[in-house]
Design a protein around this ligand. Structure first.
Ligand SMILES: [Zn+2]
Length: 283
């Protein structure tokens, strides 16, 4: 009897830990109530740096009348940075990259996180539990979230990868951002990505949460050598508060995994921006 009771308890515990099903999917309230603001979104992080307490209600797209060439004019004077001189993404011309032996490697202190996936209508964003951080060229940044673009936003010698992941980190003191870009190329199925994909909310403005844990380290290539330059958020308001770390080695995902992201997010990369005298560095 006793064994059965504990057996049942064990089975229930396992069930609770491993199943999140569709109960995890919630519509994000559209009201502007404080608790409905996604404080890890780029728009919010940009507005906080600029001394505002909330993100704007303006909207943007990746084509048409609200496409990238119009972004700076879509929100009064709030998104004027989209027309700035230090914008991202860029095309990285490898023959022009400057070698600097003083640049430090990426040192990650990442731990695992429960699952919190948001479809915000522009990207699939995965919020990361607090406590993971990375030292990016000697500055400690907290990892807040990562999200995806199809195809890649940065290009290397004009080559565009099918997908790019952005790991958004924030310096807790200055509120400046350090974003690590990781390219995906077509290859073997990526198991960790599959776990995310299985639970991605397909409708815009919906969210999936679950206590199941996963590890961002399983989504990174072995070699974290990078190109670095000063730039901006690649979505409005395009705040020029980002030090970019674009990892050279891509990671693999299968054709159908990339296709599924593409189907949900459509084309969500911003065209490459002028360098305007900026340099790109590598170690
Ligand atoms: Zn991004």
């Amino acid at each position: 009897m006793k064994t059965n009771f504990f057996g049942l308890l064990f089975a229930l515990t396992i069930l609770t830990l491993t199943s999140c099903n569709n109960e995890g999917v919630d519509e994000i309230p559209t009201s502007s109530a404080e608790d409905s603001i996604d404080k890890n979104s780029e728009m919010y992080l940009g507005s906080v740096y600029n001394g505002k307490s909330s993100s704007s209600d303006c909207s943007f797209e990746y084509e048409g009348a609200e496409g990238p060439e119009h972004w700076s004019m879509l929100c009064g004077d709030e998104w004027l940075d989209c027309d700035g001189n230090a914008q991202s993404p860029i095309n990285i011309v490898t023959s022009s990259v400057i070698e600097d032996g003083d640049i430090n490697n990426i040192n990650t202190n990442y731990t695992n996180s429960t699952t919190d996936i948001i479809n915000n209508g522009h990207t699939i964003q995965v919020n990361y539990d607090t406590g993971s951080y990375a030292s990016l060229n000697n500055i400690d940044y907290d990892l807040l979230q990562f999200h995806f673009h199809t195809g890649s936003e940065h290009t290397i010698d004009s080559y565009r990868y099918p997908m790019e992941m952005h790991l958004v980190h924030q310096d807790p003191i200055t509120k400046l951002l350090g974003v690590v870009g990781v390219f995906f190329e077509e290859g073997d199925e990526n198991e960790t990505l599959e776990n995310i994909l299985e639970n991605v909310p397909e409708n815009p403005n919906s969210r999936y949460t679950c206590k199941n844990v996963f590890d961002i380290r399983d989504l990174l290539p072995e070699n974290l050598e990078f190109y670095t330059y000063n730039g901006s958020l690649t979505t409005p308001g395009c705040s020029e508060i980002v030090t970019w770390f674009v990892v050279k080695e891509p990671i693999a995902a299968s054709h159908s995994q990339i296709a599924k992201f593409q189907k949900i997010m459509h084309k969500n990369y911003r065209p490459v921006q002028e360098l305007n005298g900026r340099s790109v560095y590598t170690k």
